[in-house]
Write a protein that binds this ligand. Structure first.
Ligand code: COA
Length: 331
């Protein structure tokens, strides 16, 4: 132990301009604005329309904003970790492309694949590099271009997902009352069958057959995913709060993965939290997979105060889920 804690010291995000509204989806698949809103809480999502742009471009925009707002020299960044399931290409890692686009010439980088928990798992990884004393400036990115793997003829999935990117800077502090305090992370590969992308990997490399059979799109059995998510995200929040003797009064903010408003509400109810303490922006972005948490932190940054207690929690494909308890380090 070095006596160091890892603190988030800057947050930034980027979402594409183009909005895909529920009304537009009504013209694409058999659905209604009322159904989507009541079953998911989503009104619109952002879509990366420009064909020459990809996940690294959205992420680079978020990272550049992050550096500019704190006037940080790109050369001072040691490491960039990118949580994503929609890399620009299978290799090189999207993190490598981001470091080049942002002139992080002294940083190394790698991607972390944990679907909707990608940012949470990457945050825990970055935290450990900082706590070890090995590195002083680590950028953690959550970025996904879900529109690149969504079948816009499948109403079970196309209504849910959107595109976006967010990034945080992690730096060390010797004040142990600040920064990341605790984490609980979990995976269960038995859940893979309910939510996955069949083709494009070593099991089903791209072929005419994989294209003909729509195997490059997200496959989801929504009901199964919902049942698991609603139980596990709520349980892990309760567990981390109990473990750290945090009451619903103590906690200032719940930052939940934005998959479905009903899952968020069930989690809030289980820990009996005031609705005003829950960050919710699903109505305007949908589920942006690894980007949901940094998009929330960015939207709420101006309201966050030094000393605020936050629980970040996710659930996603894998299955992957977990929670991180942290104390905000700046106002
Ligand atoms: N518009 C209108 N009707 C739709 C629809 C749509 N977009 N999608 C499904 N339906 C229909 C179904 O066909 C079904 O009709 P049926 O009763 O005649 O068979 C009915 O609505 C209910 O479908 P169901 O799948 O039970 O709906 P649901 O309440 O479970 O909501 C999801 C579907 C996908 C919104 C929900 O299951 C969900 O959010 N799951 C979790 C998704 C998630 O979190 N994924 C990411 C993990 S990070």
């Amino acid at each position: 132990m070095t006596g160091l804690n890892a603190c988030i010291t800057s947050v930034a995000a980027y979402v594409p301009e183009h909005k895909l509204t529920n009304a537009m989806l009504e013209n694409m698949v058999e659905t209604t604005d009322e159904w989507i809103l009541s079953r998911t809480g989503i009104k619109e999502r952002r879509i990366l329309k420009e064909k020459h742009l990809a996940t690294s471009d959205m992420a680079a925009e978020a990272v550049n904003r992050l550096l500019t707002k704190r006037n940080i020299d790109p050369k001072s960044i040691d490491l960039l970790i990118c949580g994503t399931v929609t890399p620009d290409m299978p290799f090189p890692a999207t993190a490598n492309l981001i470091t080049a686009k942002c002139a992080l010439t002294n940083a190394f980088g790698f991607d972390l694949g944990a679907a909707c928990s990608g940012f949470l798992f990457a945050l825990e990884t970055g935290r450990r590099y900082i706590e070890s004393g090995a590195y002083k400036k680590v950028i953690v990115v959550g970025a996904d271009t879900m529109s690149s793997i969504i079948n816009y003829e499948d109403r079970n999935t196309c209504i849910i997902f959107g595109d976006g990117a967010g990034a945080v800077l992690l730096e060390p502090t010797t004040d142990k009352s600040l920064g990341i305090q605790d984490s609980i992370l979990r995976t269960d590969g038995e859940g893979a069958k309910f939510l996955h992308q069949k083709a494009g990997g070593s099991l089903n490399p791209a072929s005419q057959q994989t294209i003909d059979e729509d195997m490059h799109y997200v496959y989801q059995e929504g009901k199964h995913v919902f049942k698991f998510a609603v139980t596990e995200m709520a349980n892990v929040c309760e567990e981390i709060m109990k473990k750290n003797q945090l009451t619903n009064e103590d906690l200032d903010w719940l930052v939940p993965h934005q998959a479905n408003l009903r899952i968020i509400e069930a989690t809030r109810q289980q820990v009996n939290l005031d609705p005003a303490k829950v960050m919710i922006n699903i109505e305007k972005y949908g589920n942006t997979t690894a980007a949901t948490l940094p998009l929330c932190l960015s939207d709420w940054e101006s309201k966050l105060k030094k000393g605020d207690k936050l629980v970040l929690t996710t659930f996603g494909g894998g299955f992957t889920w977990g929670a991180i308890y942290l104390v905000w380090a700046y106002s």
